[in-house]
Ligand binder design. Structure first.
Ligand SMILES: [Zn+2]
Length: 269
């Protein structure tokens, strides 16, 4: 296949990397957008903007840790890696399955076990919640803890609530966390602290309410062929299919990656 035909379609990021490794000078990772463009034009190849976006995203992932640390860097990488032009003007919400594919590609490219910052994990969890996904299968399982938060029950007042305060071990009611000025700093009031030192509102029992375990088990059973998705009903069916979309997108991306790498291996100018 000719390189000019290859670059016209969105490519898997590993294929983008191979194409550049195989056909460009070794320092291509350090090139800016204009230099990349000139290189291809001189060889008679008009490169679409999306291809340049993809090369820049690969460079960013290989040379920096920004996409693991800041959602502003993570988002354009997700878009470029899933064949969509990054939009820096407004937040173009990606589907959670797209995020899963991009996270898989980032892991394959970097292969050094980097971890995502709490900011990026929270961004992924927010997308999942907004899209009604309660169970995040691999490779997004690291964000599960923020998707289904734990609950507590206070032995002093019986209050039940979500653990949304960074878990300082104090009941929202007894500690007067929100019944005071500057409530959104999530800190207990002075009186609440005195009470807590006396043991009021500091004896909490933790439990899960929106438990993803049953959804997780259904997804696993469907993947093992022990359960038919069609046998599920109602809300469970909806939640299971949302999680299955993630698994299927990652599998599909893996097939495309193999085809793209095969095409790049035989590509010529
Ligand atoms: Zn309490």
């Amino acid at each position: 296949m000719l390189i000019q035909d290859l670059v016209r379609r969105p490519l898997d990021p590993l294929a983008v990397r191979k194409l550049c490794d195989d056909h460009m000078p070794t320092d291509w990772l350090e090139w800016d957008r204009e230099a990349l463009q000139i290189f291809f034009v001189r060889r008679g190849v008009a490169v679409p903007e999306l291809f340049l976006d993809q090369v820049e995203a690969v460079q960013t992932v290989l040379l920096t840790e920004y996409p693991w640390n800041a959602f502003q860097a993570f988002l354009p990488v997700v878009q470029a890696f899933t064949g969509i032009r990054p939009n820096f003007s407004y937040l173009d919400e990606p589907r959670i399955a797209q995020v899963a594919v991009a996270v898989e590609e980032m892991t394959l490219l970097s292969s050094d076990g980097r971890e995502y910052s709490t900011e990026v994990v929270a961004f992924i969890a927010a997308l999942a919640k907004n899209q009604g996904v309660v169970y995040l299968p691999p490779p997004l399982d690291f964000a599960q803890w923020l998707v289904t938060p734990g609950y507590y029950r206070c032995s002093s007042c019986g209050h039940e609530d979500i653990v949304d305060d960074g878990d300082d071990g104090l009941c929202d009611v007894c500690s007067q966390r929100f019944n005071k000025p500057k409530a959104f700093d999530f800190k207990p009031s002075d009186i609440g602290l005195v009470r807590a030192s006396l043991g009021v509102g500091s004896n909490l029992t933790y439990f899960m309410k929106a438990d993803p375990v049953s959804i997780h088990q259904d997804v696993e059973r469907i993947l093992r062929g022990e359960l038919d998705e069609g046998d599920l009903t109602g809300y469970t069916k909806e939640l299971v299919s949302q999680s299955l979309l993630i698994v299927e997108a990652v599998e599909e991306a893996s097939k495309i990656r193999k085809d793209d790498l095969d095409d790049v291996a035989t590509a010529t100018w």
